[in-house]
Structure formats: C-alpha cells, structure tokens
Design a protein around this ligand. Sequence first.
Ligand code: ADP
Ligand code: MG
Ligand code: ZN
Length: 480
Amino acid sequence: MTSEYEPVIGLEIHAQLLTRSKMFCACPASYGAAPNTLVCPVCLGLPGALPVANETAVEFAVTMGLATDCTIARRSVFARKNYFYPDCPKNYQITQYDAPLCTGGHIRIDGNDKKIRIKRIHLEEDAGKLVHSDEENSSYVDMNRVGIPLIEIVTEPDLRSPAEASLFMQKLRAILRYLEICDGNMEEGSLRCDVNVSLRKTGTGKHGVNTEIKNLNSFKAIEQALDYEVERQKALLGQGLAVSHATLLWDDAAGECRVMRSKEEAHDYRYFPEPDLRVLEVSDTLIERARASLPELPAAKEKRFVGDFGIPAYDAQLLTATKEISDYYEIVARESGNPKAASNWVMGEVLRELNERKIEIPMFEITPERLARLIREVEKGTINIPTAKSVFKEMAKTGHDPEVIIAGKGLEQIGDEAELDEIIGKVLDNHPSEVAMYLAGKVTLLKFLVGQVMKASKGKAHPQKTTDRLKTLLEERRDD
Ligand code: ADP
Ligand code: MG
Ligand code: ZN
C-alpha cells in the first residue's frame, strides 16, 4: 500500500543513571524509601545551598556518548530551565541547553543497515513525584526523586514508522543495559520516552508541523501512540486542515492521545547558564577511563555471533538483546559444540521458561553448562528432541543434571535395530488396514505409523531410525 504521506519521527529519551548519589548533592539516588526522606537543602532548593556535579554521572553520560559515537565536549555548560510546578522545589531544573556534553552520534538499527542520528546527549536532574488520590481528593508530593541524575538523549527526526521507533528504543535500551548505567525499566519510569511526529509528502524533504507525545512507558505504547497520532494527522491533512504544534498525553486504557497543552517554546523557559556551577570540564583521564570501561556492545556482539557461530542474523539479534542472554548463549554454544542447536534451545525453551515464570537468568536453575550437556546427549543420540524437552522441564523443576534424569528414568533412546524392529512389528500387526492402505499408495500414513511406534516406545524410539526401519518393514509385507 502506498500512502501520500510518510511519518517523520524523532525521540527524546530520559534515562535515570545508576549512580549511588544524586546529580548535585550527596543524597542517595535510590527508590522505595519512605516519601521525602532522601532529601537535603540542595535538592530541596533551600536558599544558599550550592550544587556540586556528580563525577560518576558525568562519566556515565560520557560512556553513553562514546557508545553511540558522539563527540564529547571538553567544556559544556549547565543551564537553568525555569518553570513552576509542585514537583520542582527550586522552580527550575538544572539541565544543559546550548552547550551539551555529547553531540553528533548515531545508533544503527535494521541489522545495522540504517543509521539513526543522535543530535545530543546531555545531563540533567529529575523532578519529584506527584501522587494523586481520588479517594482522599488530595495530591501528595514525594521529593525523593528530585535530583536523581538523568541523561536526555535526543535523536534527529530520522525514524520513518512507529515500528521503527519502537525498534530503535529497544536498541537504545540494550546499549544502556550493556553499559550498566541505567536499569532500563520503562514500567517503573527509569527509562522514559517522548516522541515527536509529523507527516510529510512522501519523498519530499520538507518537514511538517510536529506534535509531541509525552512519557510513553512501554515499547507497545510507543508504537500504539504513534499509530494513533499518524492516523489523526493524516485525517487532518487529508481534509486540508493544519496540525497544531501541541504536547499530547497518551491514554493507555482509552487507546488515544489527549492534548495536554499547546507546545511550549524554548523562550518560555528563560534558559540561562547556571550561575551556581562552573563550566563542566571533562578531562582526558575521565574520557580514557570511560573508553576503557566500554564492554562489547550489542551490535558488535551480534556480528561476532554470526561470524563465529554461523547462526542467522535473526537469531544473533535476539540472543544479544540483553547481556545476560548473550553470555548464557555463548557458553551453551561453545560447550554443546552445536551453536545452531544452542540458539534454538535458548530462543525457544529457555526464553519461554523465563517469560512464563517471569524470572531472570541468574535465578534460572538450568545453568548454561547443564543445558550444553543436555544438547550433547541429543547430539550423541542418547535421547531424541521430544525426550530432551521433557528432561529440560524436569531440570528446570529439580535443578538436577541431565545425565541423572535420563539414567534415573531410563529415557535413553532406542536405536538398536532388533529392539526397534520388534516394536515396529507389533505396531504393524495391530494396524493391518493402515498397512494395506499404505501399500496401496497412501504413503502419508507413514507419519501415523511413526507416531504409533513413538507411543509404543513411550517416546524413546530414535525418530530417523524408526522412519527408516518402518519403510523397510512395510515393504517386506508387500508380498504377504
Ligand atoms: P524543539 O526545540 O521543539 O524541542 P528539537 O529540534 O530540539 O525541537 O527537536 C526535538 C525532537 O523533535 C527531536 O527528537 C527531533 O528529532 C524531533 N523533531 C524535530 N522536528 C520534527 C518534525 N518536523 N517532525 C518530527 N519530529 C521532529
Ligand atoms: Mg525538546
Ligand atoms: Zn539532596
């Protein structure tokens, strides 16, 4: 389907940094404490209190800049963004404005084929949290979150569909997690995404008027909100009406966007350089330290998995989505000696089990070494795949070794010809009409007969040998 208009999408992402203390004071940057207990004169904005920049937060931001090929500014400037809101005790937020820490990077998506440019990454502080209670007809404010370090990542409007925007966000989250600078938990708000979207006549370069949808807290919400907004703008433009430059809120339950306010402009915030902080100077030592701390990132790992293990790019992308899964897979691939089988097991059984039980790799009973040994039993022909899947379930339940379960339950596969022939002979004797029909040309009945042999052997018959022997023994009955 061709469309007259194409979406133009750019994202603004806020990521809370996993530092121990806040951005400009020594308060703990942690969660779950009683409201308004993790506060001090600095983050509460009491008169005379002075901020000091958190060096670890700067280093984390530089790390993200390096990971996305940004230029790191040796000198950048903190700025005041002035606004009044109950969750902002200073009546301004310290952020960076015209001199940000990182500029001009990119992240690749689509099997590394497409580059999405990063306009800037800057440091700022989070606001507090308002808690509304309809029951009590009251609102409360918790200042514990005030001053938690954030990086804001702003992309160029290079994304061309809602699905692409969600995909980009997944890549970005993977990078943050590999770097261990943000936990990436969108539901809990430690990673938040605002999307900007406009439409333009397909193939032209001129951008249309965009709207901004605030605070989307899942990949699904990003895609659904954008789908909704693209359709709304299409309808407006189709009727010859204009899109107005507004800020919208996505209502997850209703599945629609609502107008929050007409778009504020930069001059509304009266930005000016933060007088209480010096110019942020980043030393060679800090940059080198950040560079040295960079792990192998998802894109590089994906490439290496394809090269080293000969698995499809699709598998490699899935297996590198988190560092834990990729590390797990790598051990299974090496120790099982069959990287493709390892990939099938990890993408299938392992991820299913983790999802169903909502647990993470470190809590999973089946260590990668154990899974590799299970795969080796299949490779050796001790058990077939259906049996291996039931052994896997047992391993997950009991935490036992695969060899112990196989021997304990006598699950070894039957590959011995005489033993197989005996089972097959009985099955054929019990199904004379199917045998006759098969021999009369209904060869699809072979599958049924294999199934009967499997049943008779309690799932232990060697599938390929069973098929081979069945064919032979059926032919032997042709002249009877
Ligand atoms: P503003 O000053 O309005 O915040 P920026 O240039 O800083 O604008 O861009 C903010 C975000 O909006 C960026 O992610 C950018 O990619 C995106 N954006 C800018 N113009 C458009 C547009 N016409 N359509 C869609 N997104 C846009
Ligand atoms: Mg903006
Ligand atoms: Zn404080």
